[in-house]
Design a protein around this ligand. Structure first.
Ligand code: GLY
Length: 377
């Protein structure tokens, strides 16, 4: 249980965020913002995040969270508009990949859970079928990305597994969750290192399942530790525990959390990579908001005498995130200092929509209702 003081801080923080997103929403409307250039303009037409891109679920997801918090129909209208527009990605098909979980959990499943919209349920089932279809039965992993990357699995995909649990719950059919469990077991074995850090990418031989390489992905180097990847592992394994019920997944989430906690400095955002050279210094606010969500879920899942470790860490991150929010009502950017990848200077220290989404979700968890768009038990 968060202290009264922590709850009061989170509640005031949430009020600031709600006010800011309320100001941003009519400007963005039914679109798919990804980032905001240094010129201060969103990319509302989705040219950067094309309709099939992995970030298209986050704005509708934020709109559903805002609808839950405020009851304001404006947010519902934007969320529904985005969800309908996203159908184009199913039609194009080429370009959608393992990230269908991000895209349709926060849009269609959110809609189905909040309004009971049957069409949303069907959309989520389509997405789940696509995700399950990417599973390699011999090597036991869900393949990441498109044709050029036939052999890769990535840590981010832990966040897509809840979609499979949704499908199993709807069809009362274990096969979707069997895929989720097999993939999570592979990730626990081949991605999570002894010290609780994680590879971003693992290249498998798709015929034998042998591990061929661990490319650097979005981190500094092979063997280093990209902080958003650690956050995906932390929250992803917490969600795997909540959906699939295996104690090993909670233990893995805790192990990754302990590593994450040991690598954050008081009053600072997480570094883009926890194992990069001391200079230059790059931060990633999105890693903090994703990790905060996972830490709050771990805190709820463990006995009370343990929960404090995770609650304290979540609050530490949230206090830094507050300092990194842009509350200027005239600027279309909320959380500053997100970074796309260590070796991508053009994506460094900018607002990214996924940072905003998980910040809002973390605050709403503490507020008491985050919609449970990715928890299906
Ligand atoms: N899933 C891609 C990223 O975290 O940047």
């Amino acid at each position: 249980m968060f202290s009264k003081e922590d709850k009061a801080f989170a509640s005031e923080f949430l009020d600031r965020v709600v006010k800011k997103v309320t100001a941003m929403a009519p400007e963005i409307g039914v679109n798919f913002p990804t980032t905001n250039s240094n010129l201060g303009e969103w990319d509302p037409k989705g040219t950067k995040a094309n309709i099939s891109g992995w970030t298209t679920g986050f704005w509708p997801g934020m709109m559903w969270l805002m609808y839950l918090k405020t009851g304001d129909e404006m947010f519902k209208k934007y969320a529904e508009g985005c969800e309908e527009k996203l159908d184009e990605a199913f039609d194009i098909f080429i370009g959608i990949n393992h990230d269908v979980g991000f895209m349709w959990s926060l849009s269609a499943i959110a809609d189905y859970k909040i309004t009971g919209n049957e069409k949303s349920k069907v959309r989520a089932m389509h997405a789940a079928t696509i995700l399950a279809g990417r599973f390699n039965h011999i090597a036991k992993y869900i393949r990441a990305w498109e044709n050029s990357s036939l052999r890769f699995a990535i840590i981010d995909c832990m966040m897509n597994l809840p979609l499979l649990s949704f499908a199993t719950s709807i069809q009362d059919d274990p096969r979707f969750e069997q895929v989720a469990e097999a993939h999570a077991d592979t990730v626990a074995k081949h991605f999570i290192r002894g010290d609780g850090s994680s590879n971003h990418v693992v290249e498998f031989d798709p015929i034998t399942g042998d591990v061929l390489a661990t490319p650097r992905g979005q981190g500094y180097d092979s063997g280093s530790s990209w902080s958003r990847g650690q956050a995906w592992a932390l929250y992803g394994f917490a969600l795997a525990y909540l959906n699939l019920g295996k104690q090993e997944y909670l233990d893995t989430a805790k192990k990754v959390a302990h590593y994450f906690i040991a690598n954050i400095e008081d009053g600072k955002l997480p570094l883009v990579d926890f194992r990069a050279p001391a200079e230059p210094v790059y931060y990633d606010s999105s890693a903090a908001s994703i990790a905060a969500c996972g830490l709050i879920e771990i805190a709820k899942a463990v006995p009370e005498y343990e929960a404090k470790i995770y609650e304290r860490a979540a609050m530490k991150l949230l206090r830094v995130l507050d300092e990194n929010c842009n509350y200027n009502q005239d600027e279309l950017r909320l959380l500053e200092n997100g970074s796309s990848a260590y070796h991508k200077p053009t994506g460094m220290h900018m607002p990214w929509i996924f940072g905003d989404y998980y910040l809002l979700e973390a605050l709403m968890k503490i507020d008491g209702n985050d919609g449970r768009f990715t928890v299906h038990k």
